[in-house]
Ligand binder design. Structure first.
Ligand SMILES: Cc1ncc(COP(=O)(O)O)c(C=O)c1O
Length: 423
């Protein structure tokens, strides 16, 4: 049926001279996703981009220009966000275990809002803020009593490093009061990632809003007036499979209605409502282009070896809390599969380990070395969630294009490298 076009005729995704493996990011799609998500969220509300999904500088610059704020959780992400132009005082710095040096560095850079995950972390921030003679704001991350159904990877409602159990706040609220240099201004209720229906998102947000209201009244007794509600997100998008991101057009109205019913002051910022997203904003904007290096038969099975594998895509699936990844393989744009019957094929990467297998039963045409294939929807948690140090292959090229400007040269082309420095 389908046959991969040979590399030289395979056209449009990679310009001449750019070799595979290569990630291609389309800034027009990033902008479109930002617009789609923004219009699905109620006004007024703020939207943060979680850099962990993809901290490529051009992706960041595009999101900043689209009016999205930045959520960072490491020194590297902090540097990337500042380099992309976000003012440090607008950043939200999150993460369940922060080293003194990293917090001090963030404070020094001008970060003033943190999400914290324990009373100890509140004390740590107070001590370090005192040393720098600054005041900071804190969102207290809360681990709700139960997970909300429908999450690909529940991060709360289970024993978790993320946040403080809601019951802990209810029973010992004094532990979560302001510190001399730390004002507790809100709650952070990021529950999990990749919710695939609007109903699941609404159920999660409703639950979070109720938890917020209950804990706000408990903390009021400690002199803490909560004025920020970070509802997290978990807005779903396909990952290395075909398809489009979740249609969110039916979210805005019921979400605003729910907020009106549960939190009458939200429209005037009491509290102000905040969302976060990584995957939805960038997932559909990335494609991995890879080339067949080997094609052979082994003990009756077809085997192809690609120039990309778990070192470039899907490394985190090996941690077993994510579903195993079986990347969908397409011919490149402009080319078509045609020709002989599809055959069941074991698709491997180039790593010298049997673990480097993307699919043991892919239905593919008979491929030959030089054929190019693409994996769609890997703009989030693609390269930046992979095992790039394992086995020492070069990292893929990263090509940034803007499909809203056909005929213009690519925006950016580079390749990350691991470099040994002093410790
Ligand atoms: C606190 C927090 N916010 C946002 C995100 C981004 O999630 P997603 O990419 O599913 O939108 C994560 C992901 O782990 C997270 O931990």
């Amino acid at each position: 049926m389908n046959r991969a076009a040979p590399a030289e005729g395979s056209g449009s995704l990679l310009p001449a001279g750019v070799d595979t493996p290569a990630y291609v990011y389309d800034l027009a799609e990033v902008r479109a996703n930002a617009g789609r998500l923004r219009s699905a969220l109620p006004e007024p509300s703020r939207l943060y981009y979680s850099l962990k999904a993809n901290p490529h500088p051009e992706v960041l610059r595009t999101l900043r220009a689209s009016g999205v704020l930045a959520e960072v959780c490491s020194p590297g992400e902090l540097d990337s966000a500042i380099a992309a132009g976000w003012a440090p005082e607008t950043l939200l710095y999150t993460g369940p275990g922060k080293r003194d040096g990293d917090v001090a560095r963030a404070l020094d850079a001008g970060v003033r809002e943190f999400s914290v995950d324990s009373p100890t972390a509140l004390d740590q921030l107070d001590r370090l803020a005192a040393e720098q003679r600054v005041g900071v704001r804190v969102l207290l991350r809360v681990n709700d009593d139960q997970p909300v159904p429908g999450q690909a990877l529940a991060m709360t409602g289970v024993p978790s490093p993320f946040g403080v159990d809601a019951a802990w706040v209810r029973t010992q609220p004094a532990l979560f009061a302001h510190r001399p240099h730390v004002e507790v201004v809100g709650l952070h209720l990021y529950m999990g990632t990749n919710l695939e229906t609007v109903e699941a998102l609404l159920a999660q947000f409703t639950r979070s809003v109720r938890t917020f209201a209950a804990l706000a009244s408990v903390l009021r007794g400690e002199g803490v007036e909560l004025r920020v509600l970070d509802l997290g997100g978990g807005f779903g998008a396909p990952f290395a499979t075909a398809g489009a991101a979740l249609d969110l057009t039916s979210l805005a109205e019921p979400l605003a209605g729910m907020l009106d019913a549960e939190l009458p002051g939200w429209r005037v910022g009491a509290p102000s409502v905040v969302f976060e997203s990584g995957r939805y904003l960038v997932g559909t904007a990335g494609t991995l282009v890879t080339t067949v290096l080997e094609a052979k038969t082994s003990q009756g099975r077809e085997i192809v070896v690609l120039d990309s594998g778990i070192n470039h895509l899907g490394g985190m699936s090996g941690l077993r809390r994510l579903p195993p990844l079986t990347p969908h393989l397409d011919p490149p744009a402009g080319a078509s599969f045609s020709g002989p019957e599809l055959v069941e094929t074991i698709v491997c990467g180039p790593l010298c380990t049997p673990l480097d297998t993307w699919n043991r039963r892919a239905r593919l045409p008979r491929l030959t070395p030089g054929d190019r294939l693409t994996v769609p929807n890997v703009g989030a948690y693609g390269l930046y969630a992979s095992l790039v140090a394992f086995l020492g292959h070069p990292l893929p090229a990263e090509l940034v294009v803007d499909s809203s400007r056909p005929g213009e040269p690519p925006v950016h082309l580079s390749r990350l490298a691991l470099v040994r420095g002093t410790a």
